[in-house]
Write a protein that binds this ligand. Structure first.
Ligand code: PMP
Length: 363
């Protein structure tokens, strides 16, 4: 079945597929956005039109995630990588050593950035096990005086996902770049949630930061304002020129999520979609091997391997010819990775599962 505009099924890990409806809306507003006589790309960030776009995006994200009033939502630049560093800069010295839980590449990187700034305590590492597992929250030895407790809810490369919000109290700081808006959250469990846009929210170029008021109050006085969440909050994410177009696109995606039935419906669909691919892995008689342990399998990134390198290359080449794009796994894990974020259609998962069955049968 061909896709609208002859598009491929895009399994890229991010930037990645956006909803066709959203792309069409952006296209339609490109030359003259709502009678303003210009596109959002060309608009002053201080204009009433853009201020309305920003306020609406903030309100829509707040509603989708049920973000309480004692949290601010910031739209920031610098990528998720920069915010891993900014968080360490702001909070590292505000208590005992921060505690890090590393279940994959992104958590590991964030911890390395923080280590450059001071001592920390790694209380769980999945490294020895090639990042296949994640701990139960209540098995962790948390220091209540730690500056914060850091983890990555979904490891995009390894496809390892925490299945719940933290079940024990802590000053939780969570990188939710690759599963925000994919499941219902209890935001109250977190001090800070941050997420790069380019998976479930929109194009690359913005990071959403959801930060509790007491965490804003803890920012040291001597931070340079660009690295100071309190200054960013006081200026409603407009301390300097924000990434206007990206914020606009995220706003369109938030409205699309709402129209689909919200985050709970996204979660239902994502489980169903991921289940289709995991089933093909589990029924392959060992031809395909899932990377993550079954209990922590991601509903966003399905990572798996084939018996050898040659078959993997063949799989990638033939899948591309079948319009299944972007399946090559990250160089650090190898194999195949299917990223199937919110906007990725179920038909694409079915097409991949059927390709996998056919490929295994003739290999
Ligand atoms: N955290 C996670 C979970 C990611 O998946 C990524 C990017 N794939 C990053 C952080 C880094 O994001 P950025 O490239 O925006 O710095």
């Amino acid at each position: 079945m061909s896709q609208p505009y002859d598009r491929v099924f895009n399994f890229s890990a991010g930037p990645c597929t956006l909803p066709v409806e959203v792309l069409e809306e952006a296209r339609d507003g490109m030359m003259n956005y709502k009678g303003s006589g210009m596109s959002v790309m060309e608009m002053s960030h201080r204009s009433a039109s853009f201020e309305a776009i920003l306020a609406e995006a903030e309100a829509d994200l707040r509603k989708l995630l049920n973000v309480p009033d004692n949290y601010k939502i910031l739209f920031q630049q610098g990528g998720a990588s920069m915010h891993a560093s900014i968080i360490a800069m702001q909070y590292m010295k505000q208590g005992d050593m921060p505690q890090y839980i590393t279940t994959g590449t992104w958590g590991q990187k964030s911890m390395e950035y923080a280590k450059l700034l001071g001592d920390l305590d790694e209380i769980y590492s999945g490294k020895a096990d090639k990042y296949r597992c994640a701990p139960e929250f209540d098995s962790l030895k948390l220091n209540p005086k730690a500056a914060y407790h850091y983890y990555t809810s979904n490891e995009t490369i390894q496809g390892v996902q925490f299945q719940t919000d933290p079940t024990v109290d802590g000053t939780w700081v969570c990188d939710m770049s690759s599963d925000i808006l994919a499941r219902v959250l209890d935001v109250n469990k977190y001090g800070i949630i941050y997420a790069g846009a380019q998976k479930n929210q929109g194009p690359a170029g913005v990071v959403t930061v959801i930060v509790r008021d007491d965490m804003l109050a803890r920012v040291p006085e001597n931070m340079t304002p660009m690295f100071d969440y309190r200054a960013q909050a006081e200026n409603d994410s407009m301390f300097n020129t924000p990434p206007c177009w990206t914020i606009y696109m995220c706003g369109l995606v938030y409205k699309w999520v709402e129209r689909q039935g919200g985050v709970a419906e996204m979660n239902r669909r994502n489980k169903e979609k991921a289940g289709i691919i995991y089933k093909a892995i589990d029924e392959s008689g060992g031809f395909y091997k899932g990377h993550a342990a079954k209990e922590v399998r991601s509903i966003m990134n399905v990572s798996f391997t084939l018996p050898d390198e040659e078959l993997t290359k063949k799989f990638v080449k033939e899948s591309e010819a079948a319009k299944l794009d972007g399946l090559k796994g990250h160089r650090s894990v190898g194999g195949i990775r299917a990223s199937i974020y919110n906007a990725f259609p179920k038909e694409g998962c079915e097409a991949l599962a059927s390709f996998m069955r056919d490929f295994a049968a003739r290999s």
